[in-house]
Design a protein around this ligand. Structure first.
Ligand SMILES: [Zn+2]
Ligand SMILES: [Zn+2]
Length: 294
């Protein structure tokens, strides 16, 4: 169910071009992310990780209690392929006209000088260990957020492949129907309507996609129709913003049944930043954790 691994760089390019034609204001940011996503796709093909493993009794307890299958610290990462992708992402950022360009140059140089311990770096990120991650950033004399962006994006192929291997443990007969990811427990980054009108949420961390009821706030589990609404623009019927009056959060929704071109969710997430602005202007907050916001 993890789309990022199944699609080719060619399709990403065509999709990015189609969106750029529709919304030229996104050209620069899409040029940047198209390169990042393409590098991730190419890296994914060469990424090898230890498949997820869980004992039967643990699986049934987790399913019963609605606990996600794995903690982030249990995710496997192919350090070798991630390290190569890390270097590539530094180069992409450095060559682009991006606010992180000069920082990426410092990080790239630190890597060339073998000053980065990737096991330590990836462990700090996966253990959500802010203090250690901050220490690594200050040792490298670099910006913490830029380092986090590059680090996360360099392990994203591993995370998606691990999540895909983990999804075999999910109960296909009992839909999860919760607002947090059944594999890793993180919040969804985007919502979609797909064939038969089914609604799916996609995880902001491991990009696993799971099905949920249509009328429901993933952030506070509100299921009361009266306090759930959506915002939309007549010009863009394929998108809407689902908002919740109870927790004041929103999630963007893509109706993939209306879009005739190929849909690549990481690109949709980037190419709909105007919807984030619209939701925030109306007083709603993003439900996506800060570190995963663009
Ligand atoms: Zn997840
Ligand atoms: Zn809510």
């Amino acid at each position: 169910m993890t789309e990022i691994l199944n699609e080719t760089p060619d399709k990403i390019k065509k999709t990015a071009n189609a969106i750029k034609k529709l919304r030229p204001a996104y050209s620069k940011i899409l040029d940047f992310y198209e390169k990042i996503f393409t590098a991730q796709e190419k890296s994914a093909i060469k990424t090898e990780i230890k498949p997820a493993q869980l004992a039967d009794d643990i699986i049934s307890i987790k399913a019963k209690e609605k606990f996600p299958l794995f903690c982030l610290s249990e995710f496997s990462v192919d350090v070798n392929s991630s390290r190569k992708l890390f270097k590539k992402i530094c180069k992409i950022i450095n060559k682009s006209d991006n606010h992180m360009s000069s920082v990426a140059e410092v990080i790239f140089a630190a890597n060339e000088n073998k000053k980065i311990d990737f096991n330590e770096l990836y462990t700090a990120l996966l253990h959500d260990d802010d203090a250690s991650f901050g220490n690594i950033a200050s040792k490298l004399k670099t910006d913490r957020d830029a380092l986090a962006f590059i680090t996360y994006n360099s392990i994203k192929p591993s995370l998606s492949i691990f999540a895909e291997s983990a999804s075999k443990y999910l109960d296909k007969d009992n839909p999860w129907d919760k607002g947090y990811c059944p594999v890793c427990g993180n919040s969804p980054v985007i919502s979609t309507f797909e064939s038969d009108g089914k609604r799916f949420l996609t995880c902001s961390f491991c990009w696993h996609k799971w099905t949920v009821t249509r009328l429901f706030c993933p952030f506070c589990d509100n299921r009361e129709a009266g306090s759930l609404h959506y915002l939309f623009s007549e010009d863009e019927q394929e998108y809407r913003i689902d908002v919740c009056d109870r927790c004041n959060k929103y999630i963007k929704n893509v109706d993939t049944r209306i879009i005739t071109r190929f849909v690549y969710l990481p690109l949709e997430q980037i190419a709909t930043l105007h919807l984030d602005i619209m939701a925030k202007e109306k007083g709603f907050e993003s439900g996506v954790p800060l570190e995963f916001q663009v």
